[in-house]
Ligand binder design. Sequence first.
Ligand code: SAM
Length: 226
Amino acid sequence: MNTVAAIPQYLHETYWWAYVHPKAVRLFERQWLVNLILWGNFAKLRDAALDSLGDTLPGKTLQVACVYGDFTPRLAARLAPDASLDVVDVLPIQLANLRRKLPAAAPVNLVNRDAADLGFADGSYERVVLFFLLHEVPLDVRKATLAEAMRVLKPGGELVIVDYHRPAAWHPLRAVMRWILRNFEPFAMDLWSHELAEWLPAGASIRKETFYGGLYQKLVVRAAPR
Ligand SMILES: C[S@@+](CC[C@H](N)C(=O)[O-])C[C@H]1O[C@@H](n2cnc3c(N)ncnc32)[C@H](O)[C@@H]1O
């Protein structure tokens, strides 16, 4: 793995406790803890994303940003023979942590890049997945990440996004989630006040589904066919 990407300021300032510090990686790399953070919905949301990507994944798949828990090992297990998975992350410590979770023979390339500047050729991937990245990044990075994800998709390819969403007014966790997100994940409230479609190319074909009283969403965005 070449380490080339500069670490964005918001990761140092806002998320040192979750992703940057070595003790953070040791603390959070527990399936039960990531499941607790998602109120018991980790497996459901993971499988919703994976099922939208497909049962068997031929060609090239791109995951933008590492995820604690078994998301990537499960994704890698769906690769067809001769298929490959690239996983991008801006933090070398996160890529090193992911490497430890993957079987040695898994056809997974770990790439130290910024989601806002992927550096891959246009139209290189059959599918791209963003699992709980967009709520963690400032608006300019979020817009650039979505533009990059769409740029590297092949014509007719699909981008699958799973992330936070504005919960229903009656949701019993609405107030507590507002407090948690405002205090610990300050960019996340954007996803309560905006539709992700606002930051996607005009005319993109989008299928949206919400989960758990609207607290989470999944979007499947299809790139225009050639
Ligand atoms: C996908 S998000 C959160 C996922 C989820 N909360 C979990 O349980 O892991 C966390 C990852 O995003 C990465 N990340 C944040 N900003 C990034 C950027 N601009 N480019 C690439 N990776 C980024 C962090 O380094 C971290 O590994």
